[in-house]
Design a protein around this ligand. Structure first.
Ligand SMILES: Cc1ncc(C[n+]2csc(CCOP(=O)(O)OP(=O)(O)O)c2C)c(N)n1
Ligand SMILES: [Mg+2]
Length: 655
């Protein structure tokens, strides 16, 4: 240790309190409390190279308690990352600074995950640790041999998602995962005594974790705990006892330091108390250089790794996967041609399984899974072995009934890189995983959600299981592509699009019930346009029928009935709103001309369809809860049939 740990840690404390003071907003307490434990981790344990933040075999560090963002900004700056600069830190929380209120993975290299929604960072760390072990099983210790570290607050360990993720991590025996709990016994409302009395260490021990307690302000004790954890084969939880706002003489230990500037008087008093004499955003040169030196600690390790990669037989393949590039010439064209030659009437969940048989054979980087609905979601293909504690090379994760934990872990896997995670549940339970779906969209990561049983068409399970507003609410998430394919061909096309989208998540809404194959040709991937004319009007066009998924079949029957009366009707299949919205004006105007009656048909909430049908259009949907009955009876009862729709169209044409 070149310089006194406490002195190095005080640099974090000073930067944190000064940046929050300058912004007059932010959270100084957590970084000041965790400064000692984080300093030791980053200067003595963490494997990283500030000159190459994307080095594939670096340790992953996730600040799950994302409100303490100044901690990671300080660590990155002090150890010598190009950004944030001191100027960036000076502009903490201001427009243009990458030092955003909460850490954003897309703003700063070295921020491995976007955090702030408490608990999800821990779950993403679990996903990273899964990806690490999986890639290690495939490429060996020479290329993949790193740890995943997370700092979690009291809040992270109260959130439900930590229970799901930690249970999974214990089950999978992810021994390279280390979660440092900032045990400061303070949250926003005050003492944790107000709201919790559980024994967190006992809980984690029950999950199969190793737990160790340490004094978070005693360097020797922190090192002892880290060493003990690294030697233990289980995932580790450190109960790191700290004082929030450590160093602020009048406010430390209280929730007053949690989420507000300390105030100029207390900042000055803290300087005196810590013996820190430098002006704001200045560092004593010996402190700055000791931090920079510490940042170089893995440079030789990195060089040796580079040499091993260059000499490795699988080096090219490893690089391809870590870069997130699909193999040269990847295409589902052959699978789709087979479907055109040999039309099939299957549920789109089955169509998805058929597509996955092709995908998983072509892409060794996929890791599938389901939240205990494998047989219903059709997510497991024949060749997939389970990923287990005994065999991490498996490509299928039995996530258990942990939808949120699964979705957050998949984010971590995608953020780690080298794998493409997909996971299944019922569409209705997207509500359980929604916060992680939102974070995958914000973080711009490729995660594919397979969501089956996508409407009242699931039938007898009834309204608790029948999605109504889910499609509308998912479509409202920016940067999430929601697909609702109409048949076996569209399902394969949507899978291909989801796999090709490296900058965001995709969600496939799939049926339980069989659907006829409506696509007779597949010269190009028509789903790529978001919506396309499946069948043009024969008679003079008066109507455009706009449908998704299982309702495309109904739109075709409705068009037949209208044409029988001399009323021309286009049928447009619209598997993906967001891709259609991205088309140019000409294309959109061609598909949705203004001078006709536009009718949307979807067995779900009508909310939002007006943007395509206009106020004078018709919206056939379901703005109430469903019911328990066979699917055909429900479709009839709720008016999803040509017989029920045609009269409404005729009436609208009379208006
Ligand atoms: C899911 C979620 N709920 C609520 C919040 C708002 N929030 C931010 S920090 C915090 C308290 C967290 O307490 P703790 O983790 O102990 O942090 P400390 O006060 O010790 O820094 C809350 C409620 C949040 N960020 N995420
Ligand atoms: Mg706390």
């Amino acid at each position: 240790m070149p310089a006194d740990t406490r002195l190095l840690a005080n640099a974090i404390r000073a930067l944190s309190m000064d940046a929050v003071q300058a912004a007059n907003s932010g959270h100084p307490g957590m970084p000041m409390g965790m400064a000692d434990a984080a300093t030791i981790l980053w200067t003595e344990y963490l494997k990283h190279d500030p000159a190459d933040p994307k080095w594939a075999d670096r340790d992953r560090f996730v600040l799950s308690a994302g409100h303490g963002s100044m901690l990671i900004y300080a660590l990155l700056h002090l150890t010598g990352y190009e950004r944030p600069t001191m100027e960036d830190i000076r502009n903490f929380r201001k427009i243009g600074s990458p030092c955003a209120g909460h850490p954003e993975n897309f703003l700063l290299d070295g921020v491995e995950a976007t955090t702030g929604p408490l608990g999800q960072g821990v779950a993403m760390a679990v996903g990273m640790a899964i990806a690490e072990r999986h890639l290690n099983a495939e490429f060996g210790d020479d290329l993949v041999d790193h740890h995943t570290w997370a700092i979690a607050g009291d809040g992270c360990l109260m959130e439900g998602v930590n229970h799901e993720a930690a249970g999974l991590a214990g089950h999978l025996g992810l021994g390279r995962l280390n979660v440092i709990w900032d045990d400061n016994r303070i949250t926003i409302d005050g003492s944790t005594d107000l709201s919790t009395s559980e024994d967190i260490e006992a809980r984690y021990a029950a999950y199969g974790w190793h737990t160790v307690r340490c004094d978070g302000h005693d360097p020797a004790d922190i090192r002892r705990a880290y060493d003990e954890a690294l030697a233990d084969p289980r995932p580790s939880l450190f109960a790191c006892r700290t004082i929030i706002g450590y160093g602020a003489p009048n406010k430390q230990g209280t929730s007053a330091t949690h989420g507000a500037a300390l105030g100029t008087d207390e900042v000055a008093a803290t300087r005196g108390h810590l013996g820190w004499t430098s002006a704001p955003f200045e560092l004593p040169s010996e402190v700055a250089s000791a931090w920079r030196d510490a940042g170089q600690r893995s440079v030789e390790t990195h060089k040796a790794w580079n040499a091993r990669l260059a000499a490795h037989a699988q080096g090219g393949e490893f690089k391809r996967r870590m870069d997130g590039r699909l193999p040269e010439g990847f295409s589902l064209g052959e699978h789709i041609s087979g479907l055109i030659a040999n039309p099939q009437k299957v549920a789109t969940r089955k169509a998805s399984e058929m597509a996955l048989e092709a995908v998983n054979a072509l892409l060794p980087e996929t890791i599938g899974g389901s939240a205990d609905l494998t047989g219903s979601n059709n997510t497991k293909t024949k060749s997939q072995k389970p990923l287990t504690k005994e065999d991490y090379s498996g490509r299928y994760v039995y996530y258990g009934i942990r939808e949120f934990g699964m979705a957050a872990a998949m984010n971590g896997m995608a953020l780690h890189g080298g794998v493409i995670p997909y996971g299944g549940t019922f569409l209705i339970f997207s509500d359980y995983s929604r916060p992680a779906i939102r974070l995958s969209a914000l973080q711009q990561v490729r995660v594919i959600h397979v969501m089956t049983h996508d409407s009242i068409g699931l039938g007898e399970d009834g309204p608790t299981h029948q999605p109504i507003e889910q499609l509308a609410s998912l479509r409202a998430i920016p940067n999430l592509d929601v697909y609702r394919p109409a048949d076996v061909v569209e399902t394969a096309e949507c899978w291909e699009l989801a796999l090709r989208n490296t900058d965001g998540p995709s969600l496939l809404a799939l049926t339980r019930q069989n659907l006829p194959q409506v696509r007779k040709d597949a010269a190009e991937n028509l789903c790529a346009k978001g919506a396309y004319r499946l069948r043009a009007a024969a008679a003079g066009r008066k109507v455009v029928l706009l449908a998704t998924g299982s309702e495309v079949e109904i739109a075709l029957a409705t068009a037949d009935a209208l044409e029988g009366q001399g009323i021309g009707a286009d049928v447009v299949s619209m598997p993906c709103w967001s891709l259609f919205d991205a088309q140019d004006d000409r294309y959109r105007a061609d598909i949705l001309p203004r001078d006709v009656l536009t009718v949307s048909i979807e067995a779900g909430a009508t909310l939002g369809w007006q943007r395509y049908t206009g106020r004078d259009g018709l919206n056939i949907g379901l703005d109430r809860f469903g019911a328990s009955a066979p699917a055909e009876d429900l479709f009839k009862r709720f008016g999803f049939s040509a017989d029920a729709i045609v009269p409404q169209i005729l009436a609208a044409l009379q208006r």
